[in-house]
Design a protein around this ligand. Structure first.
Ligand SMILES: Nc1ncnc2c1ncn2[C@@H]1O[C@H](COP(=O)(O)OP(=O)(O)OP(=O)(O)O)[C@@H](O)[C@H]1O
Ligand SMILES: [Mg+2]
Length: 247
């Protein structure tokens, strides 16, 4: 469903020629209908992996496909919903307009949009604020608008880069419920998070990445050894001497 095969990516930092190897031969497969949690410390390579899947970053090496099509294939985009790490929108738009433009560019009809927009905005708690320009929104409200934009075209694959970030407990519960709904609808969800609690609640499988390398991947109830917590496993997995996966 979502496949990353041997992806490597090196960035050059600023004007200096210092190289940062953001991803090193990353390989990851996510099956249809799976909720996959991508964990890793700051700078691990989570957002870079996600941007490769969205064809926003070209890898130096390797191949990424979604629904058996290369991620550069334009047909893929309509089947994918994406919430960026720091959503930024034209802030003179209001939430209704944001979803209108997003939905239309994903091929939705005007009727379909008129029907779906209010329900989705209600779901993310923005129905009352929907006529206000996004520049008047709080950080959490922008995040909710971004989520609605990711979901308006009913994509088969939903990719969320830290969907809980900046949200209060009510907002986090709302995102959690949305993810569980997507799961029940049979959607494939790939999300990154630092919040281990959330990962534990929603994910079928997890992957732990550090220093651009996948340290561990597997079913949540199988990878955490008896007597160990996910936090303990996470801290061990990101340590340099972790022998979880061959590099
Ligand atoms: N455009 C860029 N130019 C230079 N370096 C970059 C660029 N994008 C990412 N990097 C570097 O690549 C590495 C991986 O970054 P990435 O954003 O993928 O991490 P992350 O796991 O998403 O971290 P966080 O949890 O902080 O969001 C970091 O060392 C980062 O500094
Ligand atoms: Mg990130």
């Amino acid at each position: 469903m979502v496949s990353i095969q041997g992806i490597s990516k090196t960035f050059r930092e600023g004007l200096s020629s210092r190289k940062v190897q953001a991803l090193q031969r990353l390989t990851l497969e996510i099956a249809s209908g799976e909720v996959f949690g991508f964990l890793g410390p700051n700078g691990a390579g989570k957002s870079t992996s996600i941007k490769v899947l969205l064809n926003l970053i070209r890898p130096d090496d390797g191949k990424a496909t979604i629904l058996d099509r290369d991620v550069s294939d334009r047909r893929v985009r309509r089947q994918v919903g994406y919430l960026p790490e720091n959503p930024y929108f034209y802030d003179y738009l209001n939430a209704d307009e944001l979803l209108w433009f997003g939905g239309r560019s994903s091929g939705m009809t005007a009727d379909d949009l008129r029907h779906k927009t209010p329900a989705l905005l209600e779901r993310v708690g923005l129905l009352e604020a929907r006529k206000r320009p996004l520049r008047t929104y709080s950080k959490g409200m922008v995040q909710r608008a971004g989520l609605a934009l990711a979901l308006i075209h009913d994509p088969a694959v939903v990719i969320l880069d830290e969907p809980m970030s900046g949200l209060d407990p009510v907002g986090r519960k709302m995102v959690g419920d949305l993810i569980l709904d997507l799961k029940h609808q049979g959607k494939t969800v790939f999300f990154s998070s630092h919040i281990l609690n959330d990962i534990e609640r929603f994910c079928d499988r997890i992957g732990i990445i550090a220093g651009g390398r996948l340290r561990l991947v597997g079913e949540l109830d199988k990878v955490v050894p008896a007597g160990e917590t996910l936090e303990g496993l996470f801290l061990r997995a990101i340590a340099d001497d972790f022998g979880g996966l061959p590099s």
